[in-house]
Design a binder for this molecule. Structure first.
Ligand code: NOJ
Length: 666
């Protein structure tokens, strides 16, 4: 698939004659020529800049590293070789928001060499896609058995200011904060994805792809609108420890003309390696009930007590609910020894991954589940005691495999791994990768909570289903909760990285069995819309099963798929509203999810995404007139009507509300 666009520019001759000009520069265009990267070596210092059409996006920005002992690899270079290639392929996702994805880019690879006696090489690979740009560094093995990166000097000098949606890096609750909106020129150090509505009219988002054996990149504002890579350090201050060579993750910038186009950009996935697994038959996207929300709202406890959630009796009852409600997966948390009322405090907790709590019998529960056609989802809470977990991981996973379990949720509650390392430093990156690979050995899919950010690993390891990595539904159970605009921001920020286990579907938004004064700040109809707007191959039906039983709105949750043929965003403004439609991978049906922040809105939806000349039954779940996120919020109006692709459908969303629609082909 790789096509040579131009023969390598062999500059060797010039170098040997000491004739390399003071300035070497090379341009790279995306296949549709809209996105453009310019590489420049100016007096030995490498720079890159980025533009979109006539608009400059990134002004000349420096590249390079500082190694231990202030050893800088950022100047005094000459270009040894430049090569431009192009690539075009369409590949299929094992599961996902779109079945077939086109990976089409032009690449410029620049080999630099220091002019000093060290003569160290550094390769920079640039890729220009129609939906953005990316680049990475390759530092080849060159005579040293260890290299320690103390700083990455990569700059991202934004030409224009703009509104940025961000969460601050280096906080104890990892990524679990509300998103702030403010001008780029006021940022401190922030996590990626960092999404910006630029003053130049473009929507852009910084992130990284294929993060392995490296530290996560956060972005630090140095001055004005200039940002710089800020790698998350080890406890001892090193940023990245290597065996003498390294390849960085791709530094990515998605570039779109509308915010909705950021969501249907697959650049991050395209920059990951293809699927490693030959057999994926054990990997099944699914919806699941749980013995879970009850713990968060205070109805049950995680630990052994008179109200323990994970007892054999309660598990049997939940399995019966699964059968009755037609849901084939059940998550059970708190079934093992090690839980205490202080399980969430920072400490080296001693969870045991093979010993059951006294009132819980794993074998009996999994056998009963099997007899009812239900799969149990296992749970490993590590409490961030990684030493304890890794010592037991094989036994713990083997036990699940022996009991026919194929899915495991893995938690890392705590401010630091082993009370020492940031979750998102190189230590954490390697830890999460090790767990994912171990899980694959036991044919287990993984749902990480308190994860590191997603950088597209699911393409290579399709058992990497979803992760948390933002404030999920649980915050509504025991804190001031997530404001109505939260889920109007997440699709443009956290979800650009990959699927999130947000755990939607709390239809009793007033949480009648919960703590005094706590509720979910959406209408029930908006909870339904989340299943279409927030993509994940595993979707929890988070509410207590008794709140679903007999509730007509639950029909939508039974019907809505988790694996899609195609996705389109029909309208979107970051933090305001979004309407997404997705086509089921296994039928001709389409589903729509539309949601708003605190403002009520009406939309005229052009149904031209439907097949021409056929009739669909639109099954509409909307906010009942008079409901808002804090008044009569549980009321869902369910109606149906026949529609065609030539129709325009008007939908009304109340304050903090939403609409969910199944378009059933007749
Ligand atoms: C936090 C996770 O997000 C939640 O889903 C889990 O129930 C608790 N930790 C307990 O591990």
């Amino acid at each position: 698939m790789i096509k040579q666009l131009s023969t390598a520019f062999l500059l060797l001759l010039l170098i040997s004659c000491n004739q390399q000009p003071k300035k070497v520069s090379q341009e790279l265009n995306s296949p549709n020529s809209k996105n453009n990267i310019t590489f420049e070596l100016n007096n030995g210092v490498p720079f890159y800049s980025v533009s979109h059409g006539e608009k400059s996006v990134i002004s000349p920005s420096k590249l390079g590293f500082v190694f231990k002992n202030n050893d800088s690899l950022s100047s005094n270079f000459e270009v040894i070789k430049m090569e431009t290639t192009s690539f075009d392929e369409t590949w299929e996702q094992v599961w996902g928001e779109k079945k077939s994805i086109q990976n089409n880019y032009n690449q410029l690879s620049v080999l630099l060499q220091e002019k000093s006696e060290n003569k160290r090489n550094l390769e920079v690979q640039f890729r220009a896609f129609d939906d953005g740009i990316a680049f990475r560094y390759i530092y080849p093995e060159q005579g040293k058995d260890s290299v320690f990166i103390m700083d990455e000097l990569t700059q991202f000098n934004l030409k224009d200011d703009g509104d940025a949606w961000w969460i601050g890096a280096y906080q104890d609750n990892r990524y679990e904060y509300l998103t702030t909106k403010s001008p780029v020129s006021t940022l401190d150090t922030v996590h990626t994805p960092l999404t910006i509505n630029s003053e130049n009219g473009l929507s852009i988002s910084f992130h990284e792809a294929n993060l392995k054996d490296f530290a996560s990149m956060t972005l630090e504002r140095t001055n004005g609108t200039n940002l710089k890579s800020n790698l998350v350090p080890w406890a001892d201050g090193d940023k990245v420890k290597t065996n003498g060579s390294f390849t960085t993750p791709w530094r990515t910038l998605q570039i779109a003309e509308t915010p909705g186009d950021l969501i249907t950009s697959y650049l991050i996935l395209n920059l990951n390696d293809s699927n490693k697994f030959e057999d994926t038959s054990w990997i099944k996207p699914h919806k699941y009930l749980g013995i879970w929300w009850g713990m968060h709202i205070g109805k049950y406890s995680f630990w052994e007590s008179p109200i323990q959630g994970a007892t054999t009796t309660n598990a049997f009852e939940h399995i019966d609910y699964c059968e009755k409600l037609g849901i084939d997966h059940l998550l059970i948390e708190g079934w093992n020894k090690g839980w205490t009322p202080a399980w969430y405090e920072n400490a080296m907790h001693q969870f045991n991954f093979t010993k059951e709590a006294d009132n819980f019998d794993l074998e009996k529960v999994t056998e009963y589940a099997k007899s009812k056609g239900v799969s149990i989802i296992g749970y490993h809470e590590t409490g961030s005691n990684i030493i304890n977990y890794l010592a037991q991981i094989d036994e713990g996973m083997e036990l699940y495999q022996k009991n026919g379990i194929h899915d495991v949720k893995i938690g890392q509650v705590g401010s630091r791994l082993n009370m020492k390392e940031w979750h998102h430093g190189q230590f954490g990156v390697n830890y999460y990768r090790q767990v994912l690979e171990t899980a694959a050995k036991y044919q287990l899919t993984v749902n990480f909570h308190e994860p590191i950010k997603d950088t597209g690993e699911r393409r290579t390891y399709p058992n990497m289903m979803a992760r948390e990595g933002a404030r999920g539904q649980e915050y509504n159970a025991w804190s001031d909760g997530n404001p109505p605009n939260h889920t109007a921001i997440l699709p443009f920020t956290r979800f650009l990285a990959g699927p999130m286990d947000f755990t939607p579907g709390v239809l009793d938004v007033e949480i009648k069995q919960g703590y005094e004064g706590r509720d979910v700040h959406t209408t029930a109809a908006k909870q339904l819309a989340l299943y279409v707007v927030l993509y994940s191959p595993i979707q929890m039906l988070a509410d207590l099963p008794e709140n679903y039983d007999g509730n007509p709105a639950f029909k939508f949750l039974q019907d809505v798929p988790v694996d899609w043929e195609d996705t389109k965003v029909l309208n979107a403004e970051i933090g305001e509203y979004i309407t997404t439609v997705r086509k089921d991978k296994y039928s001709d049906d389409w589903y729509l999810g539309s949601l708003t922040n605190e403002e009520s809105r009406s939309f005229h939806i052009d149904l031209s995404f439907l097949d021409k000349d056929v009739t669909y039954e639109a099954q509409i779940y909307a906010d009942e007139i008079g409901t808002t996120w804090n008044k009569n919020a549980t009321k869902v109006a369910i109606t149906s009507k026949e529609v065609k692709s030539s129709d325009i459908l008007k939908i009304n969303l109340s304050e903090g509300g939403g609409t969910a629609i199944r378009f059933k082909k007749l």
